[in-house]
Design a protein around this ligand. Structure first.
Ligand SMILES: Cc1ncc(CN)c(N)n1
Length: 224
């Protein structure tokens, strides 16, 4: 069994919780309070600024030109395509994009991004890929699932978000990371696989915490 299949199978319960979160459901049926979405987009912008840096670390840790080029494209895609979506939403909210960029990250955003940066800087290339993968993989799966809901991708407000994360372009980037993790884990001892599984589990849990923080618009977990 490929390592990615093992991860996917073992983490199904948490994965399903992400799909069932009211924030995700609310995007799918168009009922999500726009203020919650705005909170999410600001935090997500800050999140992606750090996330993009992980691809730069990927370039540094890669051993061949092809892998370096892929990480460079992921970096470019994050800054200039995925974050362009956030800049479009900033306009819809009547906010200058600088306001997104200069906002304060919440403790959850900081914990998530700093954990990934720590793993990316101090671990192997496989550690880095295990840390960043739930982000891409889970959004692609959520995007595809929401895209199946009749009319969801045409929704006047949330449609664009669903189109972005269900797109083939986004899916191809996620698939490349899945394949890279599978290649990097061939023949690794079980102790290493366990460590990678734990990293993947941690960032999968952070994904859930990010939805929850956004739904509660909580800069701090105890905010009302
Ligand atoms: C928190 C989070 N996780 C994943 C993604 C998809 N890149 C995102 N934009 N934000």
């Amino acid at each position: 069994m490929k390592f990615s299949e093992r991860l996917h199978k073992e983490l199904q319960p948490i994965w399903r919780k992400n799909h069932a979160h009211p924030f995700v459901k609310g995007i799918g049926d168009g009922t999500l309070d726009k203020e919650k979405f705005r909170f999410f987009m600001v935090q997500d912008y800050l999140y992606l600024m750090d996330y993009a840096k992980l691809f730069a670390i990927g370039v540094v840790k890669a051993k061949d030109v092809e892998t370096m080029g892929r990480f460079a494209r992921l970096l470019d895609g994050t800054l200039n395509e995925e974050m362009a979506l956030h800049r479009e939403y900033a306009k819809k909210f009547g906010v200058a994009e600088e306001e997104f960029e200069s906002a304060s990250p919440s403790p959850t955003t900081l914990a998530y991004t700093h954990y990934m940066l720590h793993v990316g800087q101090n671990g192997t290339l496989a550690d880095l890929v295990a840390a960043i993968l739930p982000c891409m993989w889970s959004y692609w799966e959520i995007g595809k699932e929401l895209n199946e809901i009749p009319g969801a991708s045409e929704h006047e407000f949330y449609g664009e978000w669903i189109q972005m994360y269900s797109s083939d372009e986004f899916g191809q980037l996620a698939e490349w990371c899945i394949e890279l993790l599978d290649e990097l884990t061939v023949g690794l001892p079980e102790a290493d696989l366990k460590r990678l599984e734990e990293i993947f589990l941690n960032t999968t849990r952070f994904e859930y915490m990010f939805w929850d923080m956004s739904y509660n618009q909580a800069m701090w977990p105890t905010d009302e």
